[in-house]
Design a binder for this molecule. Structure first.
Ligand code: PMP
Length: 433
């Protein structure tokens, strides 16, 4: 950090007019965030003119890197034709067709502007369909900023409660008690305890909200048994499964649901599906999606308006992004992901760093200190232990051409090369020496 840097000056200026200085808490880091100016391919340049390889790609949504020429062309062609209009457009149908074809859970879909909104509509759809209020979610998972979905995403130990009855802990101050009463918290990868908790509330339970490779848990993978067990229990008990694939759809051509062999009742995707433009998608079984059908006799059970939903420019960008995400793009990402994981493991063992590397495909999670973590609770302790070291690594990366937030997570893009991965691994190795 340097008080003379343009980013520092911009942050000071921003603090006067933007609460906390920046709109997205998820991209802030102390003492001030870097201000990005331009980007091409896997790299972006900050306001001080420094170029870095981007290992966050807009928190996963820029999977084709910065200003991909095909996406820029699709966006500008659409912007010249029509930007926004109070009518549906053909690109909306085109993108919906691609998604219904691609994601097994999708028989029908609806568009939103973000993953947060997609999760919000998924929750509303589950409630409308089942006429029940409670939603279960896994302790420590992140699903955007709907008050119910963010419950217990990052609670501190004093508030956890026992593992066989984790407390619903508000993330935002002022969250109404009713929201906490309606959220049921189950422990990650602990099937027996989760089912015991769910059984107690089954009469009021609309859905279980799950993520197969939670980003807030550094891409630790959910156990197959845990997921299959929850899905089976839900099916037998008339409870819906909402699978949040806003992040994980980047893991496999047909989403991570294909890898786990499950077909949820409702599913959300977003991020790269918009090619870097704002977009979210909620979809699922036709019967459940009927709650949005405003052409039915009694109108929609869940009305959805939204000035920007189905925005033509997001649709055009999304169509191109999905076309670029063909099987070979997934193969390329999987190869790069394995190269990064192996490289980091080798660097750790060569330097005696007793950390861990995991994740799936283009989602990479790691820690720099020893410690067994298998859920949010154990991870919480480890995050505390390695906080300073993680910040030092990020700073070292910033100074050596690599950009990643200090979180023990990396995201790859389709425009990255093996040389980009090797550069990140080499720099990490130097840091560990
Ligand atoms: N669900 C998951 C699993 C996510 O990773 C995110 C974003 N990080 C969201 C929902 C929210 O999506 P958005 O940021 O587009 O609101």
């Amino acid at each position: 950090p340097s008080a003379e840097s343009e980013s520092c000056a911009l942050f000071k200026r921003a603090q006067k007019v933007i609460a906390g200085g920046a709109t997205r808490d998820t991209v802030y880091f102390a003492p001030y965030p870097l201000y990005a100016k331009s980007g091409q391919g896997a790299r972006f340049v900050d306001e001080d003119g420094v170029e870095r390889i981007d290992f966050t790609n807009s928190l996963s949504s820029g999977i084709h890197g910065h200003c991909h020429p095909d996406i820029v062309e699709a966006i500008s062609a659409q912007a010249k034709e029509l930007i926004g209009v109070s009518l549906p457009t053909k690109p909306e149908i085109q993108l919906a067709e691609i998604l219904v074809d691609r994601i097994p859970a999708f028989e029908q879909i609806r568009f939103t502007n973000s993953g947060t909104e997609a999760v919000m509509l998924a929750v509303k759809a589950a409630r409308a369909y089942t006429e029940k209020a409670k939603i279960a979610k896994v302790e420590g998972t992140y699903h955007g900023s709907l008050d119910l979905a963010e419950v217990s995403q990052n609670a501190s130990p004093a508030n956890w409660g026992p593992l066989d009855k984790p407390k619903s802990v508000a993330t935002a101050s002022g969250t109404p008690k009713a929201v906490l009463n309606d959220s049921v918290i189950i422990p990650f990868n602990d099937l027996a305890r989760s089912i015991a908790i769910l059984e107690e509330v089954v009469d009021d339970l609309a859905a279980i909200l799950i993520d197969l490779v939670p980003g807030f848990m550094r891409f630790l993978m959910a156990d197959q048994e845990y997921i299959s067990g929850l899905c089976e229990w839900a099916k037998n008990r008339g409870v819906l499964i909402i699978l949040d694939e806003v992040m994980t759809a980047r893991g496999s051509y047909n989403g991570m649901q294909e890898v786990y062999g499950i077909t949820p009742d409702i599913c959300t995707v977003g991020k790269f599906v918009g090619g870097g433009m704002p977009l979210g998608v909620v979809g699922g079984r036709r019967e459940v999606m009927q709650v949005f059908d405003s052409t039915s006799e009694h109108g929609a059970l869940v009305p959805q308006g939204g000035s920007f939903n189905g925005h033509p420019v997001s649709m055009a960008s999304g169509i191109k992004s999905m076309q670029l995400m063909d099987k070979s793009a997934y193969d390329h990402l999987a190869l790069l992901g394995d190269r990064a994981r192996i490289g980091l493991r080798v660097a750790m063992s060569a330097t005696g760093v007793n950390g861990k590397v995991h994740g799936y495909g283009s989602m990479i999670g790691f820690s720099l200190v020893s410690g067994d973590y298998s859920d949010r609770r154990s991870l919480f302790e480890l995050i505390k232990k390695e906080k300073d070291l993680m910040m030092q690594l990020s700073t070292y990366w910033f100074n050596h051409g690599v950009f990643a937030l200090p979180r023990g997570a990396l995201l790859l893009s389709t425009v990255m090369t093996e040389a980009d991965i090797d550069h990140m691994v080499d720099v990490t190795h130097q840091f560990m020496l």
